[in-house]
Design a protein around this ligand. Structure first.
Ligand code: SAJ
Length: 410
């Protein structure tokens, strides 16, 4: 059985690798020549624990190769980006392009699985694009000229992908029960977790719901942090106490919500149901507004210094990673340095060796070492709960004004 994986990014490449490991012949497709070349040389163009060994092994055994053109295959896995547009709608153009590239290769009997996180209805839309290109084929299970379509979202956590890809339970939703059954069988080749079968729309919505649940819960924590701040209450103690209740489980507040999933996916629910998705939208707005609250708080504290020096601890989007994309902490540092040109911002980020270009271009920002930055600072602004910061000697902070968005120094 030949499996074609379209889009060899953070999800597509590990998926291709585990299919090859499970004995399938896998052909990966990507638009980037450099990605194709790297993979065919057994290399992985990004950092993910344990992935390169599997890719290199599969390529060496001839079970996996990458190319630019979409080939004929028995099953297709579409794992391309679904970014959102400026008005918070899902951009499905990459899925459509993949569908158009698949269409000419089909003969009937093939399975096309959409893995990209998508708004409800996207799998059906993908099927429509393919069937419009191929009016000689149908989606009527049982007939030799029938095609099969489904959605199988992933739930892996970056850094643990090779483990979670295999172990996590997986939702599978076909546009027909026959498509679900085929998809289930395909994923059972490597997935040890439970395979939960539903329809395509429910599967699409389930993935969005998981991330929206987390976003709403974090928004609640962020709102509590602002209320508590103004009431003179320690929000971390408050949440810890409330979470002792057997049916309460509040997440942690912070400087905002980042990453490419939790800060994006809930918008797909909002754009699908703009009138009804009130809470989901509000949670997004609450979390998106948190960096501004932090910024104002720091600026108010800095007002009493003529040339304030601020040590900003962390610019990654969450603890103990080097990923700066969609990071609220990075956004706060960018805004701080722009709003207060007379201030000096010392960025401490143990997971990077250089600052991103948005910060190197600012003359009042520099990357600094932790102890040095704190010693020089008037204000210490904690933005990410990296383990290095948790282990900091508290005595260093005794003479400093501290703004602690993660409750590190309580
Ligand atoms: N955050 C808080 N407070 C918390 C937890 C997180 O402020 O209590 C912030 C983080 O600092 C970060 C953001 O939320 O800025 C997102 O971090 P995360 O660890 O919650 O999630 P991601 O984006 O790394 O991965 C999520 C996971 N989804 C869920 O836990 C429901 C992962 O399982 C998904 O596979 C992934 O999204 C995805 O690809 O959708």
């Amino acid at each position: 059985q030949t499996v074609c994986v379209i889009g060899l990014g953070y999800i597509g490449l590990p998926t291709a690798a585990v299919f090859a490991q499970a004995g399938k012949t896998v052909i990966g497709v990507d638009v980037k020549q450099s990605t194709v070349d790297a993979i065919n040389a057994g290399r992985v163009p990004f950092v993910e624990e344990g992935l390169e060994t599997v890719v290199a092994g599969a390529v060496a055994q001839g079970k996996f190769r990458a190319q630019l053109e979409t080939p004929a295959a028995d099953a297709y896995i579409v794992s391309v980006p679904t970014p959102f547009t400026t008005d918070h709608k899902a951009d499905l153009s990459y899925i459509e392009a993949a569908a158009r590239a698949i269409a000419p290769n089909l003969t009937g009997g093939e399975l096309v699985v959409l893995e990209s996180t998508s708004p409800p209805g996207a799998t059906e839309q993908m099927a429509e694009v393919i069937l419009a290109e191929r009016p000689d084929l149908v989606a009527e299970p049982g007939r030799p000229d029938s095609l099969y379509f489904s959605h199988a979202p992933e739930r892996v956590l970056p850094g643990r992908i090779m483990i979670e890809m295999v172990d996590n339970a997986r939702i599978i939703g076909g546009t027909t029960p026959e498509a679900s059954a085929m998809t289930r069988e395909l994923y059972a080749s490597f997935c040890k977790g439970e395979l939960l079968v539903t329809d395509a729309r429910t599967a699409e919505m389930a993935k969005l719901t998981e991330n929206a649940f987390r976003d709403v819960n974090i928004a609640f924590a962020n709102e509590l942090s602002i209320i508590s701040d103004r009431q003179g209450i320690d929000v971390w103690e408050l949440i810890e106490l409330a979470n002792h209740h057997p049916r309460v489980n509040i997440l942690q507040p912070g400087p905002g919500v980042g990453g490419h999933c939790i800060a994006v996916d809930p918008w797909f629910i909002v754009s699908a149901a703009p009138e009804d998705a009130k809470l989901v939208r509000l949670a997004r707005e609450v979390n998106d507004a948190k960096p501004e609250y932090v910024l104002e708080k720091v600026m108010a504290k800095a007002a009493k210094f003529r040339e304030p020096v601020i040590a900003a601890l962390g610019i990654a989007f969450k603890a103990d990673i080097d990923d700066l994309r969609e990071s609220p902490s990075k956004a706060i540092v960018e805004r701080l340095s722009a709003e207060m040109e007379h201030a000096q911002v010392l960025v401490v980020e143990p997971n990077v060796v250089e600052l991103p270009s948005s910060l190197t271009e600012r003359i009042n920002v520099e990357l600094a070492e932790m102890e040095d930055a704190i010693e020089r600072a008037d204000i210490v602004l904690a933005l990410v709960d990296h383990h290095q910061f948790k282990e900091l000697d508290r005595a260093l902070l005794s003479q400093k004004i501290v703004v602690d968005t993660k409750g590190l120094f309580r």
